[in-house]
Each structure stands twice: as C-alpha cells, then as structure tokens.
Design a protein around this ligand. Structure first.
Ligand code: FMN
Ligand code: SF4
Ligand code: SF4
Length: 429
C-alpha cells in the first residue's frame, strides 16, 4: 500500500483529503467525526464577523436525473462566536494531533484586524491559515471575500500583513470570479503566501421558479447572486489549477478545490499540480463516509501504477498542458466505428450530419445489414460522434500518419516570418 501522507507547504496530513471551509467544518463535532471517518485535514468554516445569515440559502441544479450536478449558496461565514470556534479547534487538534486543522479567516482589509485574528487563532494550535479572498456574496458587499480577491494589490497587501505575524503556513484561497487567475495567484506569492487554494465558488443564479417567478433560492421573494460549486465546476477549477501550476510567477504549492467527488477527480487535480485537495459539495451530498471509497480507490490506483507515494502524482500532467499555439496542427485522428459493439442507434450519424462534417455513410453490408462507416478522408477528428455514442467501444478515435512533419501554429508563424514573405501563408503546411 502506498504512502498517502502529504506535506503542503509545511502542513502535514495523513492523506491528501481535506474538507473545504464550508458547512461540514462548522463545528468541532463535525470535524472530529470527519477525522474518524478518514479525512486527513479540515479547513474550518471561515472565522470572522458579523454572525449573520440568510434563510433560505442553498439551491441545486439537477440535470437529467442526476441530483446536485451543481450547487449554489448565498450563505455567509461562520454563524458561531469566535471564542466558541477557537475552543473547539483547540479540542479537535488535541484529539487529532496528526491531522491538519487549518483556520479559514476573513476580516476587513485592515492590517491591525488581520494581526489580531491571526494571533488569536494561532494561539489555539492550528496547523495553518487559509485567507478567504473568494466568497462572492454578502461579505463582498462589505469589501471582504471576493471583493478583496478581485484586487491583486489588495491580495498581496493583506497576505503581507498576515505574514508579518503568522508563525504557521499561510494559504491564500482564490476567487474564480476574475479574468486571469494567475495574476492574483502571483500577487499572493509576492505577498509571501506559502500556498494557494482554488477555487472558491463561481458567481451564479441557480434558477427561477417559473410559477412564482421567484429566484432559486429566494429570501422572502427576493434573490441575489450566489456561489456555484459541485461537479459542474470541476472543469473550470481544474483548468485554473493547471494555469497556476504551470505559471513560473506563481511557483508555490496548490490545494485543489472544485467539484471533487471521486478518487479519480483527486488523481486528476494532483496530476495537474495540486499537492492536496479539498471537498465540500460531495460531502454535503453524500456525507463524510465518501472518503472511504476515495482512499481505497487512490490506494489501488497507486499500487497499480507502482507508485510508492501519492506525492509522486503531483504535477505529472502539467508539462502536457500548454497553449493552443504549441499544439501540433499536423496531428491527425479519425473516427472508426466498430460494428461488433454498435447498437445502430444512429446518434453518431445525426451528430456528424447536423453538427460536424457529414462523413458518416449509411451502408448495407454483405449480410444485408445496415452499417455506418466513416469516410476517413473527410473526417476532421472532432470527437463529436464518439462523445454522443452511447455504446462503449463502438467508436474509437484512431491516430493516423498525416504524412506531414509536426508543425505548431507558433512554429508556422516563425517559419513565415523567417522566410520574410518569399512564401505565402498557404504554402507553409
Ligand atoms: C454552503 C457553502 C458554504 C461555503 N462557505 C465557505 C466559507 O465559509 N469559506 C470558504 O472559504 N469557502 C466556502 N465555501 C466554498 C467551498 O469551500 C469550496 O471552495 C467550493 O464549494 C468548491 O468546492 P466543491 O465543488 O467541492 O463544493 C462554501 C461552499 C458552500 C457550498
Ligand atoms: S470525428 Fe467528427 S467529423 Fe469525424 S466522423 Fe466523428 S463527428 Fe464526423
Ligand atoms: S452512436 Fe455508436 S452505437 Fe449509435 S450508431 Fe453510432 S456507433 Fe453505433
């Protein structure tokens, strides 16, 4: 069995599975039960004030029979006094000395306020701090959360203030509600952050009730934008993690968050540069015990791959993630239909006819049976037919030799500028 321990910027944990700062980490009772279930760390529900909240506050997007494909909330930070949380953090850390307990913090962007809260939470023995610059609603209206997180200079300044007094590692949690996540990530690093975590929730409106015309959720008939999370946000989170992981200006460890609910998701985030991960929605949906399957799955995967430690996964796929301009434009794949697995549903034909390149022919084979066949010379290898195909193994995407040497867009432009106009663009292939 592989070693699952991680060390994220000095914060040690028996495994990479942490609970994200959210309702499941609201009390000592919950965090301790989570540790008993197998979670390796927890980022406490954000501490700060005021202790105010709305009722109602959650909504979900169910898609095609799948409950909670996405989750939306307008909740604020902790609903409990700081002293109560600190007492329970102390007790939790004492009971679970080897588990990671991280305090999530949010205060006004004032130096003395940050100094005060950092000293108070570090006094009860936390393993690290996470600065919440991501909450998109409620606190943002008062200059905190995402309102801070959308101003790179303010992220840097506040991180610096925290680092002036902090004795434990400082993680800066980023908002995805921004054009280029790496800009803020770099400012966090410049401010002295030991790590970044991402993503917090994405601005969203879960829906509108077509009968009452109220927003979903609503508070007495009135709604506001909330934060989106859960499986639907995973691709966005993964790409933001990847962008930060490959950016030399960031260069600090990453705690990956956003739509993680299976061990496979964990592996993907780690391959794309995360040292560890955090989970919220999946626990709100299925409870603490989902970690058991995640641990087993990850263990089996590492054994199958012959890896001795989970840390060996971190960043392995980062070199495979680059810019569009670096992709080989002469690489060619085509779709090939496997008659043995095809159930003749015709979905691939419709997709290719209506939305791609009209290159799946309907033929009749020697036995008089209707078959579909791809005209490979016209296939652009878009993948659409294989995406819509409901039968496993019925369509393979096959790499073919295009007969041309690899050539990226960037190389192509280089050649064109070197030739200095003696060839037209069309001649360079
Ligand atoms: C109801 C709810 C409350 C949350 N509260 C906080 C919070 O207090 N502090 C914080 O940093 N993030 C908070 N989050 C964001 C989560 O920590 C996490 O970043 C986000 O939900 C994405 O992860 P997921 O897709 O696993 O849910 C909250 C999320 C939800 C759903
Ligand atoms: S890969 Fe695209 S172009 Fe090729 S057959 Fe499928 S849908 Fe048509
Ligand atoms: S979508 Fe798949 S199963 Fe349906 S006809 Fe095409 S290859 Fe066959």
């Amino acid at each position: 069995m592989a070693d699952l321990r991680i060390d994220l910027a000095g914060i040690k944990s028996p495994n990479p599975f942490w609970l994200a700062s959210a309702p499941p980490t609201n009390t000592g009772y919950q965090v301790q039960r989570a540790f008993e279930a197998g979670w390796g760390g927890a980022v406490w529900k954000t501490l700060g004030d005021p202790i105010i909240n709305t009722s109602s506050r959650f909504a979900a997007v169910h898609f095609n029979g799948q409950r909670v494909a996405g989750f939306n909330n307008i909740e604020l930070i902790t609903d409990r006094p700081l002293e109560v949380n600190l007492k329970e953090i102390y007790e939790t850390k004492k009971r679970f000395p080897d588990h990671a307990v991280i305090a999530s913090l949010m205060v006004e962007p004032k130096r003395e306020k940050w100094h005060e809260i950092v000293k108070r939470v570090e006094a009860v023995g936390v393993d690290g701090l996470e600065l919440n610059f991501g909450c998109p609603h409620g606190m943002a209206e008062r200059g905190m959360g995402a309102a801070s997180g959308q101003q790179p200079d303010l992220v840097q300044a506040q991180t610096t203030w925290v680092k002036e007094v902090a004795t434990t590692p400082v993680i800066v949690k980023l908002t995805p509600n921004i054009t280029d996540i790496t800009v803020v990530a770099r400012h966090a690093a410049k401010g002295g952050a030991d790590a970044i975590s991402l993503i917090n929730t994405i601005n969203s409106l879960a829906g509108v009730d077509i009968h009452s015309w109220n927003t979903i959720p609503h508070v007495g008939g009135q709604g506001a934008h909330g934060g989106y999370c859960g499986p639907a946000v995973k691709p966005i989170a993964l790409s933001m993690v990847a962008e930060c992981a490959r950016d030399r200006g960031v260069g600090i460890p990453i705690s990956g968050i956003g739509g993680i609910s299976t061990w496979q998701d964990v592996v993907e985030f780690m391959l794309m540069g995360a040292t560890g991960i955090q989970v919220c929605t999946a626990v709100m949906h299925h409870g603490f015990r989902i970690v058991e399957e995640m641990i087993d799955g990850l263990n089996n995967y590492l054994d199958d791959k012959g890896l001795a430690s989970v840390t060996e996964l971190t960043g392995k796929s980062v070199p495979k993630y680059s810019n569009w301009g670096d992709l080989d434009l002469n690489y060619k794949v085509v779709a090939r239909i496997n008659e043995d697995n095809c159930i003749n549903c015709n979905k691939c034909h419709i997709a290719c006819e209506d939305a791609s390149h009209q290159c799946i022919d309907m033929l009749t084979n020697a036995d008089g049976k209707a078959v579909l066949q791809v005209r490979e010379e016209d296939c652009v290898g878009c993948n659409l037919c294989s995406i819509v195909c409901p039968a496993d193994g019925a369509i393979d995407m096959i790499a073919l030799d295009s007969g041309a040497a690899p050539m990226t867009w960037n190389q192509r432009q280089q050649v064109i500028s070197t030739l200095n106009g003696s060839y037209s663009e069309a001649e360079v292939v």
